[in-house]
Structures are given as structure tokens and as C-alpha cells.
Design a protein around this ligand. Structure first.
Ligand code: PEP
Ligand code: MN
Length: 347
């Protein structure tokens, strides 16, 4: 990783650096942070001659070599000061709340507009809505391109940015063309490396934020952070990690709630962590406890399924979505816990 003395390299300096690393079979990937740009050396960066030639350039501050499978997302990375902002919230400074429907029902757009308004009034910052859905049952409703227009209309009416899941390149392109500012990678695709690469390439150079769910099975923490690295190494480091419960499930819950991994993640990566209690526990009645526990564990935010009339929703909403009143209560209490942690300076 190359750190220039100035906030970024000039085009001539970038060309010189690119030329040097190319002689050693490497290339340069600029990573544009909020304050400065750093330059990842992609390839085998261990050649001492290459390093000393780079260190010899008078506009280079230093070369950092992090021995980590996820050197950009690593807590020791120079990106550790990078700040991600969405919905008026800078992650880490204020609790981020993403809330809304599991699934946008194209037959009932009013539920979408009303829920978006209710999320805003409850204090949510980002409105979520599934346009395309990964369904276990191949005969269940799979989503609809038309729902994208409804989601964007909800965004226009409320001013809330939106989050939706994309599962392939066509959906990715449609979502970006429509102006979706937050893309979700679902648990089933969390280890789909070609999709992660496509998303990374598509969001490079844009302010888009990616919400990366943890994969369904209880994989190692490093596997989760490495998946984020797949996206970030194309140049956009706005990746948020989202644990959402793992399999096998805890008897009675939909999955095995995993909000307790927040401190572990925080030890290894600077990436913000937003917990999804809804898919973790899978039942509206348990969502509040899981959400509050997540904040007590140090989560930077929550992603909650909510609906103005859960019983009239589709997808997960009838069983999992909380009402706007419950959402408001969760947000109020979660903010108190977040402030308690911050004032007590819990690590
Ligand atoms: C969802 O957010 O509605 C969803 C399908 O989530 P996950 O990928 O975590 O199952
Ligand atoms: Mn869902």
C-alpha cells in the first residue's frame, strides 16, 4: 500500500509509480478515501527492489506492507480512518438505522410509500425494500423489475436513500441506473466471488455503499471480511458488514443469532457493522431484544424489517416485520444503549 505525502498522486506521479510496479508484475489500484487516496499494490508486493525504488520517490510518504488476507479492510490498514456516510449518518458517529419491507409488492405500492413514511417518522435513515428476492422455493414470488420504480418513488417522496439486494449483473446495472445508493449482497450470495467482483467493479468511482450480509453458514470471521475485500479492492471501500444469523438455527429461531461477533469483527476490521436482527431471529416478537443486544455488543447500526401492516405483506413480512410503533421503540431504546456505550467508552 503506497501512501503519498500529499492527499493524492498527480497523474504524472501515478504513471511513474504504475510503471515501476509493472516491472515487477504488479498493478496499482487507487482507493479513494474520504480524506485521501491510497494506492494498493495488486500482485506480489514483497519484492525488496520494487519497494526501495518506490520509497526512493520524494513524493512518497511510506509503503505499508500488511500481512493479511484482507489488507484493505484490516484494522491496521491506512483505510481504518475511512468514514462511510449514508442517510445523513456517518457510521460510527451515530447509530444507523436501515428499515423497511422484506419484499416490495408491486401490486400494493401504497404499502411501500406508507411504510417508507413510517420508517422516516420512526427515525430510520435508510429505507430498505427487496425488489428481487432470493427465495428457497422456486415457485415463490421472485421479485419484479417494476418494484424498482416503486422503491425509487418511495425514496423521492420521503427523501430517504434506499437499500435493495442485487443477485446478478442485470439487477446490479438496473439498480445503479435507477440511482440506488445502497446495494445489498444477500447471505446466499455472500461468497459468490464473481458477483462480489462485479459489484466491486461497478461501484468503483461512485459513492455507492454496499451492505454485505454474512453467509448462511457459520464460516470463519476472516472469510466474512475477505468477502468485503473482494468488493473494496476495485476502489470503493464503502462496505458495511451485516451479520444476520447463521445456520444451523437455534431451536425456535430462524437462524443462530450472531450479534455477539461484533467485538470480534471490531478487533480485526475497521468496517462498520450493522446487525440484521430480523433474519437472525425470524419472528417479529423477538426482533427488539436481538436489536438491543446487537447495540450493546457494539454494532454501528441495525437493519430491520418493518411494515405498516405486516399481515398484509409478502415475503418475510407477515412473520418477521415489526410495526412502525415497535420500530420507533427499538430506535429510541437502541439510541440510549448506543449513547451509554459511547459515554462509557466501551472498547
Ligand atoms: C433480506 O434482507 O430480505 C434477505 C433475503 O436477507 P438474507 O440475504 O440475509 O437472507
Ligand atoms: Mn427478508
Amino acid at each position: 500500500m503506497i501512501l503519498p505525502k500529499a492527499n493524492k498522486l498527480s497523474p504524472a506521479q501515478l504513471a511513474e509509480v504504475t510503471g515501476i510496479v509493472a516491472e515487477f508484475g504488479c498493478r496499482i489500484q487507487p482507493i479513494v478515501g474520504a480524506i485521501r487516496t491510497i494506492y494498493a499494490i495488486v500482485g506480489d508486493e514483497r519484492d525488496e527492489l520494487m519497494i526501495s525504488r518506490l520509497e526512493g520517490l520524494d513524493y512518497i510518504d511510506r509503503i505499508d506492507r500488511i500481512q493479511s488476507p484482507f489488507k484493505l479492510m484490516d484494522i491496521r490498514s491506512d483505510l481504518a480512518t475511512h468514514q462511510i456516510r449514508i442517510g445523513g449518518v456517518t457510521l460510527g458517529r451515530e447509530l444507523l438505522v436501515i428499515a423497511g419491507l422484506c419484499t416490495v409488492d408491486p401490486k400494493n405500492p401504497n404499502f411501500v410509500y406508507e411504510t417508507a413514511q413510517a420508517v422516516k417518522e420512526a427515525g430510520g435513515h435508510v429505507f430498505r425494500g427487496g425488489v428481487w428476492k432470493p427465495r428457497t422455493n422456486p415457485y415463490a414470488f421472485q421479485g419484479d423489475d417494476k418494484s424498482l420504480d416503486i422503491l425509487m418513488e418511495a425514496s423521492r417522496r420521503t427523501g430517504l436513500p434506499v437499500d435493495t439486494e442485487v443477485m446478478d449483473e442485470d439487477q446490479l446495472n438496473l439498480a445503479l441506473a435507477a440511482g440506488v445508493p445502497m446495494l445489498q449482497v444477500g447471505a446466499r450470495n455472500a461468497l459468490n466471488y464473481s458477483l462480489l467482483r462485479q459489484i466491486g467493479a461497478a461501484v468503483a468511482g461512485r459513492p455507492t455503499v454496499v451492505l454485505l450480509k454474512r453467509s448462511l453458514h457459520m464460516g470463519p470471521i476472516s472469510e466474512f471480511i475477505s468477502a468485503a475485500e473482494y468488493i473494496a479492492n476495485f476502489g470503493n471501500p464503502n462496505v458495511i458488514l451485516c451479520p444476520r444469523g447463521t445456520a444451523p438455527a437455534l431451536d425456535g429461531y430462524r437462524n443462530h443469532p450472531d450479534e455477539s461477533i461484533v467485538p470480534l469483527l471490531k478487533e480485526k476490521t475497521w468496517a462498520p457493522v450493522v446487525i440484521d436482527p430480523s433474519h437472525s431471529v425470524g419472528k417479529a416478537a423477538y426482533v427488539q431484544s436481538c436489536a438491543l443486544a446487537a447495540v450493546a455488543y457494539g454494532a454501528d447500526g441495525l437493519c430491520i424489517e418493518a411494515h405498516v401492516q405486516p399481515s398484509k405483506g409478502i415475503g418475510d413480512d407477515p412473520k418477521q416485520a415489526v410495526t412502525p410503533d415497535t420500530l420507533g421503540n427499538i430506535i429510541r431504546l437502541a439510541k440510549q444503549i448506543w449513547a451509554l456505550r459511547r459515554n462509557a467508552a466501551v472498547g
